[in-house]
Write a protein that binds this ligand. Structure first.
Ligand code: FES
Length: 166
């Protein structure tokens, strides 16, 4: 694996600048910038591979193990390549009661991909409460688009659309 320094130098300049700005805002506590650095790197590359994890650890002056712990704690951080798209379907209590389990089974059946794994095009991930309990069952597409309530028809159409992408 490349050194954190060479990884940092290989990043596009605008991204380097955003990372540096996050560190500047953290001031004397660079470890406070960990989540923002992870967010910026994931937004740029789709997920956090080992090299990016080590880069964050190096920039923040903490151990890679500590960064890994944070990645494990926050389900929005992806440590595996999810493919081009990510569909998160909430499976917490309100959504569970509103049919999330059936939707997850439908998604797995239609895609043929086990939940949490990628078929190269997309991943379908069960997710903890998205804060949309009043609109259950809720889903989040590509980390920014809420679909709530998610219907079986909308789910099928979304997966079809992703399958049809070149
Ligand atoms: S339980 Fe699904 S959004 Fe809260």
């Amino acid at each position: 694996m490349s050194s954190p320094t060479s990884i940092a130098e290989s990043l596009p300049e605008p991204l380097q600048a955003r990372l540096q700005e996050a560190l500047r805002q953290a001031g004397a506590h660079p470890e406070a910038a960990v989540c923002e650095l992870l967010r910026l790197l994931q937004a740029a590359y789709g997920w956090i591979d080992d090299a990016r994890l080590h880069l964050v650890a190096s920039l923040c002056g903490i151990s890679p193990v500590r960064v890994e712990e944070l990645c494990t704690f926050y389900p929005l951080v992806l440590r595996q390549d999810p493919g081009r798209h990510v569909l998160r379907i909430c499976d917490s209590i309100a959504c569970h009661l509103a049919g999330a389990r059936k939707l997850l089974a439908q998604a797995q059946g239609q895609s043929g991909v086990p939940l949490g794994e990628s078929n190269g095009r997309y991943s379908i991930l069960p997710h903890v409460c998205l804060g949309l309990c009043d609109r259950a069952p809720a889903a989040l597409v590509d980390g920014h688009t809420v679909v709530a309530p998610l219907s079986a028809e909308a789910l099928a159409a979304q997966l079809d659309a992703w399958e049809a992408e070149p």
